[in-house]
Write a protein that binds this ligand. Structure first.
Ligand code: AMP
Length: 223
C-alpha cells in the first residue's frame, strides 16, 4: 500500500506524472481538479458551487474540498494505494490531510513561472479521457482531436492569462508553505519538471525505489 501526494505549480505535469505512476504501481489517481471539472460538466450541485471560482483561477473553499476528498477516499477502491493530485493546496488542507492519512511520499514537480506560462497557455485537454496536450511540444496527430479517443480538444476555462496570474499567486503564497510543512514531517521528493514527461517519470521512479517508507509503517498503516 502506497500513498503519495503530488504537488507542483499549474502545468508542471501533475496529471501526466500521476497517471504514469498510477499505471506502473497500480495506484488510484485522484485529481481533485478533475472531480470538480466532472461536477461542472455534469451540472451537479457541487459543479454549480465551484464553476465561477474555478474559471477565475481561485481556490475552492476548504470545507467543500475536504468533504470531496474525504468522500472520494472513503470509497476504498485503492487496494494498492493512491496518488492524490491537487491536494492539499494550503496549510489547513494539509493539516486535515495529515490528521487523517499516513503519507508515504510527497512528489514536488518544480517548474519556473516562465515555463508554466508557456505550457499552460498552450494546453489543450480532451474532455472525454482527460489527456493533456501541448501545442508546442506534444501536439495531437490531427489538429484539435484527441489521439486516443478522437474527442474534440478544448482549452480549460482557467487556462487564461488572468486566471493563471491568480493561480500562480496562490501557489506561491499558499501552496509553497505546505511543501515546507511536509518537508518537516514527511518524505519530500523534489523533481525538475522541465525535461520530457518520460524523463521526469524515470526520475520519480528511480527516487521512489526502494520505497521511501519503512516496512513496519507499511504493515501498520491505517486509512
Ligand atoms: P487543478 O486541475 O488541480 O489545477 O484544479 C483546478 C481548479 O480546481 C483550481 O484552480 C481550483 O479552483 C479547484 N481546486 C482543485 N483542487 C483544489 C484544492 N485542493 N483547494 C481548492 N481548490 C481546488
Amino acid at each position: 500500500m502506497r500513498k503519495y501526494v503530488i504537488m507542483g505549480v499549474q502545468g508542471s505535469g501533475k496529471g501526466t506524472q500521476s497517471q504514469l505512476l498510477a499505471a506502473e504501481l497500480d495506484l488510484v489517481h485522484i485529481s481533485v481538479g478533475d472531480i470538480f471539472r466532472w461536477n461542472v460538466q455534469n451540472h451537479t450541485k457541487i459543479g454549480a458551487l465551484v464553476r465561477r471560482t474555478m474559471a477565475a483561477g481561485e481556490l475552492v473553499g476548504d470545507d467543500l474540498v475536504e468533504s470531496v476528498v474525504r468522500e472520494r477516499l472513503t470509497q476504498h477502491d485503492w487496494n494498492f494505494g493512491f496518488i492524490i493530485d491537487g491536494f492539499p493546496r494550503n496549510r489547513p488542507q494539509a493539516e486535515f490531510f495529515l490528521e487523517s492519512y499516513d503519507i508515504d511520499g510527497v512528489i514536488v514537480l518544480d517548474l519556473p513561472d516562465s515555463e508554466v506560462r508557456r505550457r499552460v497557455l498552450n494546453r489543450r485537454v480532451c474532455p472525454n479521457c482527460g489527456i493533456n496536450y501541448n501545442l508546442i511540444d506534444s501536439s495531437p496527430k490531427v489538429a484539435g482531436q484527441c489521439d486516443s479517443c478522437g474527442g474534440e480538444l478544448v482549452t480549460r476555462e482557467d487556462d487564461t492569462e488572468e486566471a493563471l496570474a491568480v493561480r500562480l499567486r496562490d501557489y506561491h503564497e499558499k501552496t509553497n508553505p505546505v511543501i515546507e510543512l511536509f518537508r518537516r514531517k514527511e518524505y519530500v521528493l523534489m523533481v525538475d519538471a522541465r525535461p520530457a514527461p518520460e524523463a521526469v517519470q524515470e526520475q520519480i521512479r528511480k527516487s521512489l525505489s526502494p520505497p521511501p517508507f519503512e516496512p513496519e509503517k507499511k504493515e501498520s498503516a491505517g486509512a
